[in-house]
Design a binder for this molecule. Structure first.
Ligand SMILES: [Mg+2]
Length: 412
């Protein structure tokens, strides 16, 4: 079980993905996701130049030791590039260990704590009829829990509204499903927090009236509010019984969430841009959130996320792992294995990859009746088709950004 090959494979079937592929001297192959949306090549360089040479000749069975070596040994800690690179190594080693043991990774993590993973999808629309149609379309696809994002009167383009693709005149841009746009520069959108805060309760009132009280509804505030505005948002949505309100304010200022908590019982989810358990220390200990939003891909892999979730469990905080389409099928599989095994699983975000992506990454997970399951293939259950991956070279692509009416850059 000695690592004798470490390859970094970049492919762009529907969007860019970075995959680390390790091969042992006895021929076992493991893969890990290292995709960092819009900054992919930074992780490629980190892996190729600084990590791959260290992996060659190492014992593939020593997952924890390798994690600590890459984290502590580098001296420079945390940060999305470092933690995505470590995550890819960690996932690939768990994949190898599962294959060597003849078991799916969730069995190695203690076995299944449930039959399947409740997953939510992304409904959106500029106006109510479109939103209703989008919710119904998700229900027809089997989703039992649904995130709702809405246009705001007076704003032309807002992140997370799928139907904006029609306005671009470019049918190949599937906005929201593939939010990064290919090109040399990011696209500019607009924002007005006061208009949003006025409009959003009317949308959730209408959705509740149309779909009834039982449907779990989620909403993403995308870091756009000040602490006081976040408290106002959480309070105004309280009558509509959200499953969670996500990223109501930028969580770098963690004590800001105390203000939100003082005013509202709307459940809060935060953390998709966090990288380590230390980023969560205060908000977990003070019970300022209800759901951990990290992706396995961006938070140091399965080993580190298991520790994070065990820490969260002490405070009855559950998982709500990040699952946008820029987390590759490998990263999604890692999230599913971990989510199936831990006791404090909450919900899994599930955006569904495009068909070309599914051809590059052959997967064994199942989806039905609102639930995901990673399958029972040994390892993570995902195979990278290198020939298929080679058909889609990297293309520069960026997430959008926002400016307010006066030109000020804002959280998008
Ligand atoms: Mg989000």
């Amino acid at each position: 079980m000695i690592i004798d090959k470490a390859e970094v494979i970049v492919t762009s079937p529907d969007r860019n993905f970075v995959t680390l592929r390790l091969t042992t001297d006895d021929g076992v192959v493991g893969i890990g996701d290292a995709t960092l949306n819009g900054r992919e090549l930074a992780v490629v360089a980190y892996l190729k130049e600084h990590v791959a040479p260290l992996l060659l000749g190492a014992d593939a069975s020593r997952i924890e030791d390798m994690w600590q070596f890459l984290y502590r040994g580098a001296y420079w800690r945390r940060g999305p590039v470092t933690m995505a690179a470590i995550a890819a190594v960690d996932m690939a080693l768990w994949d190898i260990k599962g294959k060597a043991a003849g078991m799916p990774v969730y069995q190695l993590l203690g076995g299944a704590s449930r039959d399947g993973l409740m997953a939510y999808g992304h409904a959106s629309g500029k106006e109510l009829p479109e939103i209703f149609d989008s919710i119904r379309a998700h229900q027809e696809k089997g989703f039992k829990s649904i995130r709702v994002q809405t246009g705001v009167p007076g704003l032309k383009a807002i992140y997370g509204i799928a139907s904006q693709a029609a306005d671009t005149g470019d049918a190949s841009v599937r906005y929201d499903h593939e939010p990064a746009r290919r090109g040399a520069k990011p696209t500019q959108e607009d924002w007005d927090t006061r208009a949003y805060l006025r409009h959003i309760p009317t949308v959730f009132e209408a959705v509740r009236n149309e779909f009834g009280p039982e449907l779990p509804l989620l909403h993403d505030g995308h870091h756009r509010m000040t602490p006081l505005q976040a408290a106002k948002l959480a309070t105004s949505l309280e009558p509509y019984d959200l499953f969670w309100l996500e990223d109501c304010t930028p969580a770098e200022n963690q004590e800001a969430l105390r203000l939100v908590r003082q005013h509202s019982t709307t459940p809060l989810a935060i953390g998709e841009i966090f990288n380590t358990v230390w980023d969560y220390k205060q908000i977990i200990q003070e019970q300022l959130i209800d759901y951990v939003r990290s992706a396995v891909t961006h938070t140091g892999g399965i080993s580190h996320m298991k520790k994070l979730m065990d820490f969260a469990a002490l405070y009855q905080i559950k998982s709500g792992f990040h699952g946008p389409t820029d987390v590759s099928p490998v990263g999604m599989a890692a999230a599913m294995h971990l989510g199936l095994a831990i006791h404090n699983f909450g919900i899994q975000e599930y955006m569904q990859h495009g068909e070309r992506t599914n051809q590059v990454f052959r997967q064994t997970f199942t989806w039905g009746d609102g639930y995901l399951h990673p399958g029972d293939e040994p390892g993570l259950g995902v195979t990278l088709d290198v020939d298929e991956a080679g058909k889609y070279p990297y293309e520069q692509a960026y997430l959008p950004f926002n400016r307010l009416a006066d030109g000020t850059v804002h959280d998008w």
